[in-house]
Ligand binder design. Sequence first.
Ligand code: 5GP
Length: 153
Amino acid sequence: MATRISHDYRNGDLVLIAVLKGAFIFLADLMRALTIPVCIDFVQLSSYGTGIDSSEKPFLKKGVDADIRSKDVLIIEDIVDTGLTMAFLIDYIGTLGPRTIKTCAFLDKWERRKVEIRLDYVCQKVESGFLVGYGLDYDESYRALPEIYRLTV
Ligand code: 5GP
């Protein structure tokens, strides 16, 4: 994926905007595998709280700090589930005047989509179930696990 992104943006001015907190490990690995210069920034939205159900209406807790006017933005998500968060972010970032916006997710729970969104780069499609590890948490636990695990109750 990093090779593809590096190729696709070889003439671009790329800003990676990662979604806190879950995407920070994926961002760190991805940006180190790129062969082109990039800037990074972060956004944070209302989280799942302690539950495992997707919040219906994302709420922006931290917006973009960087000036992304005329830049190429790639939104970096840990996992896309209903798609509501990504749809919200595409709209929000679109208001900030970037040249292009594309989307990138480490994991894609494509079967659970509630809104149609285009994911330009996906590492792995996964089935439903609540996943933890590699930055993904359950009530702030398990983020440091080096691999992805499915939580069972
Ligand atoms: P969506 O808005 O697409 O329903 O959900 C996106 C967000 O929900 C992700 O950024 C992530 O924080 C959280 N999420 C969705 N599925 C999972 C999961 O299986 N495990 C964890 N830990 N978080 C998830």
